[in-house]
Design a protein around this ligand. Structure first.
Ligand code: COA
Length: 447
């Protein structure tokens, strides 16, 4: 069977940044360590006045197409995943295609376009759709462009304000991919939940603490479902485990649970038994409460063991590098985590072909999905070509007052009593230019 997977990736960050320990924490009266150590975040990315989900997505897509030497006719699908859409009918993919058609000779007339919604898991679902389209033989030799793009803004004063972010990840899904091959096997954990939602409102209603519990529960179900088809996951099977990263502290919690689950009844559990005992088994306890208390104690001790710490440092920590600097990108977040892992692999090991990743996506509402990916020939050139370090270094560092202005500019229903100037100068990129006669958003390419 021909391999299908991710052939190219491009990342586009919002061009502004908010420094969490130095600018946000003092205004909130918080210890900076709450952000750097607790949540695991240094900075959040924000869109400049002329940026939005369309410009970030189109700019990422254009960079990808130019680098791969693609023309519009090479693309048979454009799927956009977002939870920041501004239109209930016209999909963001049509706006992005419209932008790209301004700069290429050809057009996307015969490309199928859509928009995927299921909170942060939608980016992975859009990859699934592309995978299935190719596997079904309907692609006519063409590739699919999947774009995960979001401005993850929360209402001012909401606890989620600390975990904001903005950016886009464009991915080319194709046969014989140059980055990773996707596994056929997948596992799902899905239930009707109300942990995070936006019922006809721009900023989310979030029960942050509940969302963390739901994330862990659905991820566990997805792992069990994955194992039911792919066989037991062994600790040494995977070089990295990129997970959805609303903030790195969330992944720290998920990783500990996953580790406990995976080492149960293995030699790794036996090796730890002398130091912290074996994992509590429910049958050994009179009631659920006593069992849960014992589990909590075991987890606290497990977290401190050298064995766990070494695994975490190798397999999980490298997936969090970019997230620490950009915050939550919702649909793009797990794809940012995969990219961080591959950047680490590049530093660690020049070869890396055949290494596998266990990828865990999550969307509130709620659904988790787990699958495996195998690193393919040619991945190094794709990852080396990323210019994300230069983009991060070039971001404009917002003062508190400027941050308040930027938040206001991007709040749809806010009547502004002042003109807010752009903070950076657009160059070789798509920009938002205003509204058209039917209230559509308009874009232009600035050379
Ligand atoms: N030093 C080190 N760690 C510190 C600290 C300090 N001085 N102060 C606080 N912390 C830790 C806390 O212990 C906590 O970590 P823990 O959960 O491991 O105990 C972490 O920092 C966060 O502190 P907390 O008080 O829980 O923060 P909060 O109540 O302000 O909100 C969230 C945190 C995550 C609930 C909130 O940011 C949120 O709702 N985010 C949005 C989440 C979301 O969008 N989910 C949906 C998509 S998955």
């Amino acid at each position: 069977m021909t391999a299908v997977g991710i052939d190219a990736i491009e990342i586009r960050t919002g061009k502004l940044k908010l420094d969490l320990p130095n600018t946000f924490a003092p205004e909130k009266g918080d210890d900076p360590a709450k952000y750097t150590k607790g949540l695991g975040l240094n900075n959040s990315s924000f869109p400049d006045v002329y940026e939005d989900i369309v410009t970030m997505g189109a700019n990422a897509a254009k960079t990808l197409m130019d680098r791969k030497g693609l023309v519009p006719e090479d693309i048979g699908r454009i799927d956009v995943a977002t939870e920041s859409a501004f239109d209930h009918s016209k999909p963001v993919s049509t706006y992005i295609a419209g932008c790209l058609e301004q700069v290429y000779d050809g057009d996307f007339t015969h490309a199928n376009k859509g928009e995927r919604k299921f909170a942060c898991v939608a980016g992975t679902q859009a990859i699934d759709d592309a995978y299935n389209w190719i596997r079904a033989g309907r692609n006519r030799g063409r590739a699919a462009l999947v774009i995960a793009t979001d401005t993850a803004l929360y209402a001012r004063g909401d606890p989620g304000e600390a975990t904001q972010g903005a950016g886009a990840v464009a991915m080319l899904i194709d046969e014989d991919p140059s980055i990773v091959e996707l596994s056929t096997h997948q596992g799902y954990g899905s239930k009707d939940e109300t942990d995070f939602l936006k019922p006809n409102q721009q900023f989310p209603s979030v029960d942050g603490k509940r969302s963390m519990q739901v994330y862990l529960a659905r991820m566990r179900e997805a792992l069990e479902d994955y194992q039911s088809v792919a066989g037991k996951v062994e600790l040494d099977d995977f070089a990295y485990a990129p997970f959805h990263t609303p903030f790195p502290g969330m992944v720290r919690k998920a990783a500990l649970l996953a580790y406990r689950h995976v080492i149960r009844d293995t030699s790794y559990e036996d090796d730890l038994a002398g130091e912290i005992g074996r994992q509590p088994r429910e049958a050994e306890y009179d009631d659920r409460e006593a069992f849960e208390e014992a589990i909590r104690e075991y987890m606290d001790e497990l977290k401190g063991t050298d064995q766990y710490q070494a695994w975490y440092a190798d397999v999980v920590e490298p997936t969090l590098g970019l997230a620490r600097e950009v915050g939550n990108w919702y649909t793009g977040s797990v794809h940012v985590a995969r990219t961080s892992a591959l950047r680490d692999l590049l530093e660690r090991d020049g070869d890396g072909v055949g290494e596998t990743l266990l990828v865990g996506s999550y969307g509130s509402g709620a659904q988790a999905e787990i699958h495996a990916e195998t690193v393919c020939e040619g991945w190094q050139a794709e990852i080396e070509a990323l210019d994300i370090d230069a983009q991060l270094a070039a971001r404009y560092d917002l003062s508190w007052e400027e941050y308040e202005d930027v938040h206001d500019v991007h709040e749809y229903d806010k009547e502004l009593d002042r003109e807010i100037e752009e903070f950076t100068a657009p160059e070789a990129e798509f920009v938002f230019t205003g509204w058209g006669r039917m209230n559509e958003r308009k874009y232009a390419y600035i050379a």
